[in-house]
Design a protein around this ligand. Sequence first.
Ligand SMILES: Cc1cc2nc3c(=O)[nH]c(=O)nc-3n(C[C@H](O)[C@H](O)[C@H](O)COP(=O)(O)OP(=O)(O)OC[C@H]3O[C@@H](n4cnc5c(N)ncnc54)[C@H](O)[C@@H]3O)c2cc1C
Length: 386
Amino acid sequence: MRQFNQDQILFRDAYRKFLEAEIAPHMEAWREAGIVERSAFKKAGDLGFLMIWPDEKYGGLGDGDFRYEQIIIEETTRAGCKQWFNTLHSRLVGPYFQRFGSEEQRMRFLPGCVSGETILAIAMTEAGAGSDLAGMRTSAQDRGDHWLLNGSKTYISNGINADLVIVAAKVAGADRKHAMVLLVIERGMEGFERGRNLKKMGMPAQDTAELFFSNVKVPKANQLGEAGKGFYYLMEGLAEERLISACGCAANARKAFDITRDYVMQRQLFGAPLADQQNTQFRMAEMDTEIELAQVYVDHCVAEHNAGRLSGNMGAKAKMVASEVEWKMLDLGVQLHGGAGFMDEYPISRMFADARINRILAGSSEVMRLIIGRDVFSQKYQSLFD
Ligand SMILES: Cc1cc2nc3c(=O)[nH]c(=O)nc-3n(C[C@H](O)[C@H](O)[C@H](O)COP(=O)(O)OP(=O)(O)OC[C@H]3O[C@@H](n4cnc5c(N)ncnc54)[C@H](O)[C@@H]3O)c2cc1C
């Protein structure tokens, strides 16, 4: 039995109703437009659903219990609204201000993020640097009272909508390849340009863009934390980032399971429902089991995270398992739908395409295996039988 308290159950119910009324009805139009309307963020902010963890003085509820975030992710998935990348804004980017920003920066930036007037993005990836982040070329030169930022980024989620972009750049002239600085780039800064809203295989409503920086003068007041430590700051948030991804993948796998079960029960083949075939029953039984096991591990990681014990290894395991179970379920879902599974009008078809990114984003499955593999062969490794 999953553990949510009464407040969280009520929160889930209220958030579900909000999605049904304010977000889900617009998803089709936003898919067509290639972007979510900015008003989605504002509407969620007005009702306190956007960014809940910040302290009350910044406009939030001050409740850091990660299960609220899990509820938001699960319900957004359930409602088919994942392409509104609210979690990127609220839980992937927003916390950088809390963790590494000064009090002045928190007071300046967080209230607008909580209310939804300000939309956030984070820009690390470049054409030549994704998994290998240290290979980035964007650089920031220290000019005393400001940084001079030059370079470009790509595949940036919320890239068109964003008002504030946290940009990772190499500290020019530093002798360490990991010496980076995180800079807050504001909409309208001279030399900051957005490129195309990139066309993608899936998630069409999510704006994913290229960003260009040409001699952007970034005031030192927009530097997050210490110069040179940016790479380590990015790494610090990765375990949580992967848990966020895992929560969404597990929820999406269950949704795909439910859709497929409904379909095979009503689809008639050779005079009987497709669900009567032993193959259907065996495959669905396997998936029910695998999804449940993934969910139990994800819930365990959420509890460990709340207790301050989520390790990089656990985050990687949760993300790897949940995204791969999700993919397996979606592939089976399409297969059991037959030709209908390939048709855009069937939800499983879109879910299949939209979810393909989940084994790449937030650290690919291969990178997850690298992280877990390091522990397997380290001194820390403990056998159950020790
Ligand atoms: C829709 C979308 C949204 C995105 N949003 C953002 C965003 O908001 N901000 C941002 O900064 N980035 C974003 N990204 C970028 C994303 O984080 C990167 O695409 C991802 O990190 C992979 O990097 P890459 O594309 O350079 O692939 P590569 O790093 O070139 O990887 C290619 C292949 O090599 C494998 N590989 C890499 N390293 C190893 C290794 N050591 N051993 C074995 N195999 C390896 C990978 O697993 C992959 O299969 C987004 C990407 C997409 C597609």
